[in-house]
Each structure stands twice: as C-alpha cells, then as structure tokens.
Design a protein around this ligand. Structure first.
Ligand code: NOJ
Length: 737
C-alpha cells in the first residue's frame, strides 16, 4: 500500500462532504469508512467504487449510530438494563443487527457502557446505569447479539461490528455536564469504569471508541495510558480504536495542543487508529511522516487494525449487502420488542389499584372495583416519536404504538366480548392530554383534563420527558418533571380520583412529591416502538412488572452523586458497625460525644438501586453457603407468595468488612431473573470465586507482582436480596490468606 492508501484507510468520511467530493475520495482510495450513509443500494453503489475502481479494491465499512434498534426501536439502553435480562437484551441486539444490515450498515457505534452516577448527565439514557457488574453483563450481551453470524451466499459472516464506547471515564464529567472534565483516580478507573469495556472485548467486540473528556488532564484520543498501556498491553486487545466525532481535532480547543497538526501527532502517538470526521490524519499525517516525527510502522499498526476488522466481518469475501432484505418485522419479532419494553418498566409504587383488571385472559377480564371509565392523559400518552427516546435516526414513528392506541384497542376488544360477559359494564376511554408536550407551560389544557377526570373512575397520567431532553449534550440542572407537569399532577390528585403515574423519560427524575400523590407509579423510561402495547399489557394485568431500577433515584438534586455502592463515612460511628443506609429517614436520634442529633440522612434515596415491585409478593429464605478454597456456593430459596405467576430478579450483594482500602457499602456480584409460578418456590444458586471479590490495589503497583487486582483476606458479608437496600438475611464468611 502507498502512504496515501494507508492514510486513506484511517479516514472515516465526514458525512458533510458533497457527493462529488465524496465519490472522488473513495475512487482515489482515500476513505476507509463511510458514516451515516444508509440504504443497501446506496451503500453498495459506493462500495462498488471502492472495490471495483480503486487500485487495491479494499472494501469500505459503513458505520451508523445504531443505539437501541434501527427502524424498529427497542427501549433505551437504560431501560434495557432495567430488564435485568441479558438473554432478552442479546436477542434485541440480534434483531437490530439484522435490520441495520438490511440497510447496508456493518458497524454500529454501540454499546455505550459508561457507568453513570449522575442522572443530570443526559447520556445516562444510553448506558446501563450505575453498576459496573450489570453494565458488564449487558455490554457482553449486546456484543454477542450484534456480532452474530449471518449466512450470505452460503458463507457465514458477521452481521455488525460492535463498537464499545466511550473509552474512558466519560460519564464522570463534573456536575453531569456533557463533555466536561473528569478526574478519576486509577483505583476507581479500574474498579468502576473499565470493567464493562473489558467484558465487551472479552465477548469479541471488534472496535472501541475514544471518549470526548479529558481524563485527569489528558483527552482520551491522546491518552497512551488508556489506549496503549491498558487496551493493547494489559488486555492484549487488537480491536480497532476509532476517535469520537472530531475528538482528535478537539485537542486544540481542549488546550492540549496549539494546532491540528500537533493534534494528529499526539493522537497517533496514543494509537488512535481511525479519525472520525476530524480530518487531522488526512491533512497532516503524511507531512509528519516526511518530517520524521511519525514512523511508518505506527501508521502500519493502525491500518492493520482497520483491515483486520474488515476481514473479520467478512467484507473481503462479501463486500455487498443483499438489497432485498425484508425490512418490516414479523409479529414474532415484534413480540420481542414488546417483551423488552414490558420487562424494562419498573413498578415503584402500588397501593393496590394495579392491575386494572384481575384476570389474564382477554375475554374474562374483571375490572377492578368497576373501574370502567378510564381517563388517559398527560403529554406522553400519544406521542409516537417521543416514546422512541434519544439517538433515533432511522426509527419510524409511524410504526409506534402509543399508550392511547393500545388502550383503545384493548377497550374495543373487551367491549366486543361483552356478549360473553353480560354482567360486565363496557369500558369507556376518555382522552384529554392536558399538556401537549413535556415542557408545555400552558395550563389551559389542564382544566380540560381535570373536567374529564371528574367523570373517570381512574386516571392514567403519562408524564415524563420528550426524547430531546436526554442523550448527548442534553444535561439538566434540575430533575423535576418539566413544564407544568407537576401542577397537572396536583390538579389531578385534587379530584380525589386514583391517579396512576406512568413516567416515560430518559433518566431517573425527582418525582417524590408526585409519587406520594399517586396511587401507583410505573417507571417506564422511553420504551420504543411498542411502548404503548407493553404499558397497556402491564397496567391491565396481562403482563406482570418485573423491571428493577438500574440507578438510584435521588429525592433531590442536591443529593447527587448518590449511588448504592459508594463508601461509608466514618460518622456517625456505631458499635457494632452498621450500614448507614439502614437508618430509616428522619427517625433515629443518635449521639456523637455529648450531643444528640435527629438525622435526616442525605443519603436516603427515593428509590434504591435494584428496586422494583411486582403484582405478586416474594419471600426470601435464609441464604445457605458452602465454601471451598477458591469458590463460594450460595443458594437461596425464593417463594412466590402472591397470586400472580411472575419473574423476580434475585440479586447477590457482598460487603468486605475490612481490607487494604475502604470498600463499597455493597457490591452487586451476581443476579438471576427467575420465573416463579404463584405458590411455588425456586432455589437460586450463585457461584462466587475468590477473584470476583478482588479489586485494584494501586499501592501494590510497585511491588514485584504485576497483578494489581487482589482479594484481601478478610471477613465478608453476603446478601441474597430483592434490591440493594435490603439488609436482612445476610451471612458472613472469611477469606483466608
Ligand atoms: C458523538 C457521540 O459521542 C458518539 O457516541 C457517536 O457515536 C458519535 N458522535 C457519532 O455520531
């Protein structure tokens, strides 16, 4: 390859080029990847230029932000995490890959695995929440789903290349403000932020994307510690490393370098291999080579990585995608979309009003307390586009089923069955949105909604955030329901009718006051194409909620950062030591020295991590434990003591009681989502090996051993629990030297 051809491979074409310029560059072999070109025919047309008209015939790779679905949209990743069902998340990614592949896309810029502690940051919507272990499990599931094998002309090839992002620490931006500075000590980087990347790479992720932030003063695209020491040397990864959009040229505004030429030098020295949009390699790399500042071997390493990914995807054998892929989902596939939305909704409160009907079969629905006049209201009740959530470029809102549509269909089917159930009164649906969009401050519609509420037996209030309020650069300074939604809740509650609040948002919101007014709260986040169907099925009891939170819900913004696996402080001190989190809010009087205090702990969350109710109840037995030198076997019997067959997410937490460093209050080490029929018991087993209790020992770095993850010999406590807050049923064990 000539130098021009090599540098060409390192160029991801900026979508803003006009068609003529773009095609000329491709024909000259000066493009390695095209970005945001969609449609099998168009991708194949450009591909023919690369394959048939360039000297070497190296195929292009077409990239796209495929984040949570393609044309058919799945719940946002934060919601997918709330399913706690990696098999379902993998299946969602597999179907997404097929749809995107049908449009010529071979490289998806996801999963995003940034562990996030600050819900003000708009990009929490794109990740899997605050826990490293859960994010790692989900990251691997998405990679497996995307990179599944596809049969093309009798040969297998990979469907989509995954791109795990943003490497690294992006979510720790100060104040939750996007792109902002991050300061992350090595211990926290290794224990909290990096493991999901490693999990994605271990699952085979073919590429990694740099992040925008400066990490301890060094932006990721120019960070040899991240990109060379850790990614290449320690982890031995040969995945392709692509910049984020212009993150290489951003070194200039960051203030790291004086100009773009120096930016190109810093980036190649940090082994950033492909330049997305920045044009720093196309403009300066050859010059840097001629000046002897860059070696050709550095360029070769990058190009080898790019060609390797194309080869692994099967692009050299089959550069073209079929142009006749069916693009519309079958009902079997839509069932997966619906189920993902169903399992991602979290029931946060229920005073017994839900489910609205108490039988699971449609023709035999008994409506609760004669709740036959149902008011559907709120700004998200009938918004086909908003329910899709952030990062939706190819999603088709015309395919969305909104809550209003789904309820209308449900009411019609019930009423059609009335000859079979002559004593059942017909269901009447009233619809009055009250507000037209989530930030709407015009209160005129609220009066109409209240008038309708007076005629209703129950109010379903679909509130939350429009899609544009979360995602990249969508950070918020307060986390209340926007617009006049809180006032609308006050007005609805004042009617005295039961209000079920269904929140469709991109993040946890501070809904404490509204939740108190509500009879029930179902936290759905943005549920995608089939959100309406899923919510209707849940609210009417044809599906039972099984989602659990993946981020702690703060009561107020001032509590942030608030996450379950933070450290305990030294005060107040208790003998014997207790988890400060087990102090109930506003209650205990405690003493330090001579003084007594009434404590309203600022660490009391509105809802904790891992929390979610069901229509049934579960009883946890005492965990049983067996221990060998290397492994702990923990088992726990869980009984469904209620009336509904249902899924439960059984969670395993540990706490280390002493060690070389202070350890988190609790750490999730395993979970299993189990189906337990009403009245039955299932025993859930976890194997925990010694290594899983280890953590990064920065202070041991200078020792002879090169392994800085170590497990302290110490006493530990273990819980098998329905959420992170539960403190009953623990057992203790020791790890010997
Ligand atoms: C910037 C975002 O940070 C990244 O996640 C995305 O994949 C790229 N732009 C491409 O759109």
């Amino acid at each position: 390859m000539t130098i021009e051809e090599k540098i060409g491979q390192m160029n991801q074409l900026d979508p803003s080029w006009n068609a003529e310029e773009k095609e000329a560059l491709i024909r000259e072999g000066r493009v390695g990847s095209v970005f945001n070109i969609v449609g099998a025919k168009e991708v194949n047309r450009l591909q023919r230029m690369a394959v048939e008209e360039t000297r070497l015939g190296i195929p292009l790779i077409a990239a796209r932000d495929v984040i949570h679905g393609f044309n058919t949209i799945y719940p946002i990743p934060l919601a997918q995490g709330a399913t706690w069902n990696p098999a379902l998340v993998e299946q969602a990614a597999r179907l997404t890959a097929r749809e995107a592949y049908g449009a010529g896309i071979r490289w998806a810029f996801s999963p995003m695995v940034d562990v996030a502690h600050d819900p003000r940051w708009g990009r929490v919507a794109e990740g899997y929440g605050e826990d490293t272990y859960l994010a790692s499990v989900m990251a691997a599931a998405v990679v497996r789903g995307y990179q599944n094998d596809q049969m093309v002309n009798g040969k297998m090839q990979k469907c989509l290349a995954a791109c795990v992002k943003h490497f690294a620490g992006y979510s720790a931006s100060e104040g939750g403000r996007d792109y902002n500075t991050t300061w992350i000590p090595e211990t926290q980087l290794r224990d909290v932020y990096l493991p999901p990347f490693k999990a994605a790479l271990d699952a085979g992720a073919m590429s990694v994307m740099c992040s925008f932030n400066d990490l301890n003063g060094l932006p990721s695209s120019a960070n040899p510690h991240l990109n060379i020491d850790i990614l290449r040397h320690e982890w031995g990864s040969d995945a392709l490393l692509v910049s984020d959009w212009g993150s290489g040229s951003d070194l200039v505004p960051h203030g790291l370098v004086a100009d773009k030429k120096e930016a190109a030098l810093r980036c190649i020295n940090a082994r950033m291999e492909m330049d997305m949009q920045g044009n720093i390699y196309t403009d300066y790399l050859q010059q840097l080579l001629e000046e002897g500042k860059v070696k050709e071997s550095q360029i070769d390493e990058c190009v080898r990585s790019i060609l390797r990914m194309k080869y692994r995807l099967g692009l050299f054998d089959h550069p073209y995608v079929p142009e006749d892929q069916p693009m519309v989902y079958s009902s079997r596939e839509l069932a997966v979309v619906t189920r993902t939305a169903e399992e991602s909704a979290v029931l946060l409160k229920n005073d017994g009003v839900l489910p609205l009907s108490v039988s699971k079969t449609l023709h035999d629905q008994t409506l609760h307390d004669q709740m036959v006049n149902i008011l559907i209201c709120g700004p998200l009740a009938d918004q086909p586009k908003e329910q899709l959530g952030t990062w939706v470029f190819d999603g088709l809102p015309e395919r969305s089923v909104t809550p209003l549509m789904a309820f209308s269909e449900w009411a019609d089917s019930i009423n059609d069955m009335s000859p079979l159930a002559p004593n059942r009164p017909p269901v009447t649906l009233l619809y009055e949105p009250g507000l037209t969009y989530s930030r709407d401050r015009n209160r005129e519609g609220i009066a109409r909604a209240v008038a309708a509420a007076r005629k209703a037996d129950i109010i379903l209030y679909f509130c939350g955030e429009e899609a544009i309020l979360s995602g990249e650069a969508r950070c918020r300074a307060d986390l209340d329901l926007p617009g006049s939604q809180c006032e609308m809740m006050d007005a609805l509650a004042a009617t005295g009718k039961p209000v079920v609040m269904i929140v469709m948002a991109g993040r946890p919101l501070t809904i404490g006051a509204q939740a108190e007014q509500a009879a029930a709260v179902l936290y759905a986040l943005h549920g995608g194409t089939m959100a309406g169907t899923a919510l209707c099925r849940l609210l009417t009891g044809r599906a039972v909620p099984s989602g659990k939170t993946t981020m702690t819900f703060p009561k107020m913004v001032g509590q942030i950062p608030l996450y379950y696996n933070r450290h305990n402080t030294g005060r107040p001190s208790y003998d014997p030591p207790m988890l400060i989190d087990s102090i109930p809010i506003g209650c205990p009087q405690f003493s330090i020295g001579q003084s007594s205090y009434w404590l309203e702990t600022p660490t009391e969350p509105l809802y904790p991590f891992g929390y979610g109710l069901s229509y049934t109840t579960f009883e946890y037995g005492e965990p049983e434990m067996e221990q060998t030198q290397d492994t702990l076997f923990v088992s726990c019997a869980v009984t469904n003591t209620g009336r509904y067959d249902a899924y439960e997410v059984v969670q395993l937490y540990t706490r280390q009681l002493s060690g070389d460093l202070v350890r988190p209050l609790k750490e999730l080490k395993g979970f299993e989502k189990v189906f337990i029929p009403a009245g039955e018991t299932r025993t859930v087993r976890f194997d925990l090996n010694r290594g899983q209790l280890g953590y990064w020992h920065e202070q041991k770095r200078d020792c002879e051993s090169r392994v800085w993850f170590a497990t302290d010999p110490a006493e530990y406590e273990i819980w098998v629990a329905p959420d992170s807050r539960c403190t009953t049923h623990s057992v203790r064990f020791s790890i010997e030297k």
